[in-house]
Write a protein that binds this ligand. Structure first.
Ligand code: G3H
Ligand code: 13P
Ligand code: ZN
Length: 332
């Protein structure tokens, strides 16, 4: 489906009721937790994220990728985000919500999101040489700052696919670069590469091998060089065995899937890591539940009967993450 013009006239996220990430990260840094950044592409994912975070009393960053905007239509997605805010207000006791562009790859895409009501954008120029990364990130910051929109930059490259940025191999962030990058670009937060990667197959493990630990030494050195600066972890799904087993049991084929152990993420959340990005875990939950319904009730053809159980399980999974992994529950 083609992307429609997101908005004829620029609209500020403030009119829509979103917040930027500045205060969220300040609180997360002070209290030693991470704000969840969950991706959505459709109504059920969005409802589950909002419901879980409202019930958890957790702030939340709603993430929209370039692919999500193309899939669901830029205008519709923005209004879905706004609708979710309204729904939350009507239920009472809303929590802070940021609407964030995930892995923006051009200035034009970031500008389009800012103009259509996003409160935060990521410009991911991490696969470019340092100077080019700085220049593009700086350009986005210069557009975002007068509009009070927060900007996330990235240094280092995660293995796997970063939207359209394909990386054969990961390059850990070099802590020597971070001070210079933050100073030259003026970003509000920085995504770093310390061993996480995108997708459900993060490690190729031989039988008997376990997942290698994250590079907490790099994280510590980054924190030493830019103390108190909000750090972001991408590729932080844990690829939970229970859902992989369910997928395989009900006709799927996901052998060798592996993610980041939850205890490592919990440790990261207590540090300067203020935002943890999770998408694949949500996809796995939906797939597992839909497969289960199809296997157990082959005659079912009402989408509400398989998307509904998937949504209910998503709520549980997100609440669990907030409580046990990110530590973001009960903050509001
Ligand atoms: O980091 C990437 C996110 O998981 C979004 O993925 O581009 O397939 O929507 P996507
Ligand atoms: P996962 O694929 O590990 O869920 O990572 C998501 C992400 O980093 C979105 O930006
Ligand atoms: Zn990512």
């Amino acid at each position: 489906m083609p992307e429609t013009a997101a908005a004829a006239k620029p609209v500020s996220y403030k009119e829509l009721g979103f917040v930027n990430t500045r205060e969220m990260f300040k609180d997360a840094m002070k209290k030693g937790y991470a704000v969840p950044a969950y991706n959505f592409n459709n109504m059920e994912q969005l409802q589950a994220i909002i419901t879980a975070c409202q019930q958890s009393r957790s702030p939340v960053i709603l993430q929209v990728s370039k692919g999500a905007r193309e899939y669901a239509d830029a205008t519709l997605l923005r209004w879905m985000g706004r609708g979710a805010l309204e729904m939350m207000r009507e239920l009472g006791r809303p929590v802070p919500v940021a609407l964030h562009l995930d892995h923006g790859d051009t200035f034009e895409l970031c500008k389009s999101c800012i103009d259509s009501g996003f409160s935060s954008v990521m410009i991911d120029a991490s696969s470019k040489p340092f100077a080019e990364n700085v220049a593009l990130t700086r350009k986005v910051v210069e557009y975002a700052r007068p509009r009070d929109v927060t900007v996330e930059g990235e240094l280092g490259v995660l293995a796997g696919i970063e939207d359209e940025v394909s990386a054969e191999k990961s390059h850990y962030t070099d802590p020597k670069d971070v001070e210079d990058f933050v100073k030259k670009t003026g970003v509000d937060s920085l995504a770093i590469s310390i061993g996480t990667s995108h997708g459900a197959y993060k490690f190729k493990l031989k039988p008997g091998e376990s997942v290698p630990p994250l590079r907490f030494d790099i994280l510590a050195e980054v924190e030493r060089r830019i103390p108190g600066f909000p750090i972001v972890l991408h590729g932080a799904s844990s690829v939970l065995t229970s859902y992989i087993d369910m997928i395989n049991k009900y006709g799927g084929k996901m052998e060798g899937a592996a993610g980041i152990p939850e205890e490592q993420l919990r440790r990261a959340a207590k540090s300067a890591v203020c935002k943890i990005n999770i998408d694949s875990d949500g996809r796995l939950v939906m797939t597992a539940m839909i497969r289960k319904v199809f296997a157990e009730k082959p005659g079912e053809f009402d989408p509400r009967k398989y998307l509904g159980p998937a949504r209910a399980e998503l709520v549980k999974m997100y609440m669990d993450k907030n409580e046990k992994v990110l530590g973001s529950s009960g903050r509001y």
